[in-house]
Design a protein around this ligand. Structure first.
Ligand code: PHB
Length: 401
């Protein structure tokens, strides 16, 4: 299913591999004595605060700050300063934005981002400089596979994981032939591969992938093609504002009853109020959902609502857990982030008490987690089953153990 349109991703990865071969320069330090007690830990938070993923960045930030506040705004006994940067989900601006956080803002730790193309600049910096990076969303599989690194951690998912669960659950309903509709960038492509693998595990087949450039929302040419493909269902990856539009346009095109729509759970995550009746009945798969019987979840949702005035979604959960993971590492080294071997080992070994349910990390530093099957009902993504239990990304090409 790959085509020439994904060249940008492949070029990017080639460049990163070359960069990783370079010697690792010393980590950027603040002007005060590095790692000293009482000196703030400077966290560079690089997220989208504008564009189609703006709401996702806001949710991550609010929950990240919620957990910092719960800890008394300290990590390992040191105060914390958060520096926020709007990356606009723009891959072209990403290297400059990362440089700014490291060189001008003297960030000790990087947290970001949402977009799978943009995250590559963060991964490259973490690999080259040994700066700790926690990814609170972007699912680019390379970060847990060939570009896995001792300094790179993720509290979210790989793009492959939720879509694999969806493909598996769809095949279990008896569907034999399905199509995938998405944005033409790493996340859409990799989620499509997960969907394909999940379908295959149940004896079904991915017939066709239809994609449009990120973050465009002119879905009509694609919607017009779907009835002629000879498929029984349509899977998709969209998120944020684009997901709202896609679900509405799919319903308006009269396709809902002819070709059931499903997808990676981002399709209906944090978007249901805006999608309204158009989303009713849509099945998706994700590592979170409404009605999960997890004690930590109830407390988290209340605290998050009190702080932000909004209901928590998966992005909030991932942001909260990014702060938890950093906290686990910093506590283990008593705030001395220069003790990076011990810091990374503690983060690697952490068991995160997440609102989604406790999780640990795989060798590629990506959560091993249940993927839930959900159905959109009355404005909620109700959990109706487990699509894949304790699912790990395959981690192909990662040499960490
Ligand atoms: C991604 O680009 O990796 C991405 C963006 C938004 C999502 C999920 C994944 O909701």
């Amino acid at each position: 299913m790959s085509n020439g349109a994904y060249n940008l991703t492949r070029r990017g990865l080639g460049g990163l591999a070359a960069a990783a071969a370079l010697a690792r320069p010393a980590r950027a330090q603040g002007s005060a004595a590095p790692g000293a007690k009482g000196t703030p830990i400077r966290i560079g938070l690089m997220l989208p605060y504008s564009g189609t993923f703006a709401q996702l960045g806001e949710s991550i930030t609010a929950a990240f700050e919620l957990h910092l506040a719960e800890r008394g705004t300290q990590l390992g006994g040191r105060p914390v300063t958060v520096i926020k940067l709007d990356d606009q989900s723009d891959p072209a601006a990403a290297p400059q934005n990362v440089n700014r956080l490291l060189n001008r803002e003297k960030a000790d730790v990087l947290v970001g981002t949402v977009h799978s193309g943009v995250v590559m600049a963060l991964v490259q910096a973490a690999r080259e400089k040994g700066v700790p990076l926690v990814i609170p969303n972007a699912g680019n599989v390379a970060a847990s596979r060939e570009l896995c690194s001792e300094s790179v951690f993720r509290t979210s998912f790989s793009n492959w994981q939720p879509a694999y669960g969806m493909g598996k659950a769809l095949a279990a309903t008896g569907v034999k032939r399905a199509a995938w509709v998405t944005w033409d960038y790493a996340a859409g492509k990799e989620a499509g591969e997960g969907f394909r693998d999940g379908l295959k595990s149940g004896g079904a087949e991915l017939i066709q992938v239809l994609a449009l450039p990120f973050p465009e929302t002119n879905f009509q040419p694609i919607l017009a093609q779907l009835p002629g493909l000879g498929v029984e269902a349509v899977g998709s990856f969209f998120a944020g504002g684009g997901a709202v539009q896609f679900v509405r346009d799919y319903a308006a095109a009269g396709l809902r009853d002819k070709l059931p729509l499903c997808g990676s759970g981002f399709l209906t995550e944090g978007t249901l109020a805006a999608q309204g009746a158009a989303a009713e009945g849509i099945r998706t798969a994700l590592h979170y959902g409404d009605g999960l019987d997890v004690p930590k979840n109830a407390a988290f949702r209340k605290a998050y609502r009190d702080k932000s005035g909004r209901d928590a979604d998966v992005y909030a959960v991932q942001g909260y857990d990014a702060a938890q993971l950093l906290g686990a590492g910093a506590d283990a080294v008593k705030g001395d982030l220069d003790a990076d071997k011990a810091l990374f080992a503690a983060m690697r070994a952490a068991r995160i008490d997440s609102p989604r349910g406790a999780f640990t990390l795989s060798a590629g530093h990506n959560p091993v987690q249940n993927i839930y099957l959900r159905e959109a009902r009355g404005g909620m993504n109700q959990v109706i089953g487990v699509a894949a239990e304790a699912l790990a990304d395959p981690g192909t090409g990662c040499k960490l153990t």
